[in-house]
Design a protein around this ligand. Structure first.
Ligand code: LMR
Length: 339
């Protein structure tokens, strides 16, 4: 019978060798049974959205490729953190991945305000070209000094206006309250049409609309559908006036702390998940719009050329207000992506 008694008849050296062997055995079995490292991914939207699906795909790929080593837990619907605290939670390492909309980084960089300029991008292909250009890729690193690392862009889509009355001409918005994301550019956009912008977190929008505390909001077809805004808004105007996309970010501290080989696998998994989320985003534009039309809960207004021109003329002066902070070169690069 093997005994672990090391106390008798062994020289000190032999004793040490034996103790080390036991410790190594014990250590190895501890490693074998060590709990996987938890990676938390928090977001504010529903699961049946481009971001919700991307996060789940990321979980699937990481756990498939690093089995037993990493576990990704996804928290949708502002369950863990909402708009007001997800980025500070990331910097505190209370969560390791978030993907806020590009409008929500204003406290960390003014450069990303470019994505909020109204009527800047003609469509999602132009948005994509800009994001993938050198100028767009450089923006991923624009918050590095603040401890945030941009790992990639994810699409949702173009924004539409919704309200409790028809919005055909810019004057129809006068005096009405619109919920906006926490962005000064978006505030200026609504002020440009004499409307009243109200900065509120995404988790509060449905109730604000339902109780008529606000009159309207702007969002993508996917968010209007998945959060049921169309059930409490009688009118939606297909304006495509701006973009709502995301940046997937992590903290410098977490990212640099990963072993190099694991970081590589995690990044590759994220890239694939983002590509998958982008496919969903493209499909959802028509799918979720059609579902809203079919529900007959909300009437859709399609702008003719002169109506659209009136919205553009009212809102485009906002560009000049922010040109200095954003940079003219960057705005010109974005405009050039519209070919
Ligand atoms: C919003 O606040 O309206 C959006 O940014 C929500 C989201 O993440 O799509």
């Amino acid at each position: 019978m093997t005994t672990l008694n090391t106390s008798t008849k062994l020289s000190p050296l032999k004793k040490l060798v034996k103790i080390s062997a036991i410790a190594a055995l014990f250590g190895a079995s501890l490693t074998a049974f060590a709990a996987p490292v938890e990676i938390k991914f928090s977001h504010v939207v529903a699961e049946n959205t481009p971001k919700g699906q991307m996060a789940l795909k990321f979980k699937e790929l990481v756990e498939q490729r690093l089995p037993g080593e990493y576990q990704v837990n996804v928290f949708p619907n502002s369950q863990l953190f909402g708009d007001n605290n997800e980025l500070s939670a990331l910097l505190l390492n209370d969560v390791q991945f978030v993907a806020p909309s590009l409008s929500k980084f204003e406290r960390y960089t003014k450069k990303l305000q470019i994505f909020d300029l109204p009527f800047l991008f003609q469509d999602m292909d132009a948005v994509n070209r800009f994001q993938q250009s050198d100028a767009g890729q450089k923006l991923l690193n624009s918050m590095k000094r603040k401890g945030l690392i941009g790992l990639g862009y994810l699409h949702n889509g173009m924004k539409q206006f919704s309200a409790s009355s028809p919005l055909v001409n810019p004057e129809d918005a006068k005096g009405k309250k619109f919920r906006i994301m926490a962005s000064d550019v978006l505030a200026a956009q609504f002020q440009a049409i004499d409307a009243i912008p109200v900065k509120k977190p995404f988790s509060e929008v449905f109730t604000l609309l339902q109780t008529r505390a606000i009159d309207g909001q702007e969002n993508t077809w996917s968010n209007i559908y998945s959060k049921k805004f169309y059930e409490v808004q009688s009118n939606i105007t297909e304006s495509n006036h701006g973009v709502l996309d995301y940046m997937v970010v992590t903290s410098n501290e977490f990212w640099k702390g990963l072993p190099g080989d694991k970081r590589k696998v995690i990044k590759a998994s994220l890239d694939e998940a983002v590509a998958y989320g982008n496919e969903i985003a493209a499909a959802k534009v028509n799918k979720d719009k059609q579902a809203i039309i079919d529900s007959k809960r909300s009437e859709i207004t399609y702008l003719n050329a002169s109506q659209r021109a009136a919205w553009v003329a009212s809102m485009k002066p906002v560009w000049a207000q922010f040109e200095e902070k954003i940079g003219k070169d960057l705005i010109d690069a974005a405009v050039a992506s519209n070919q």
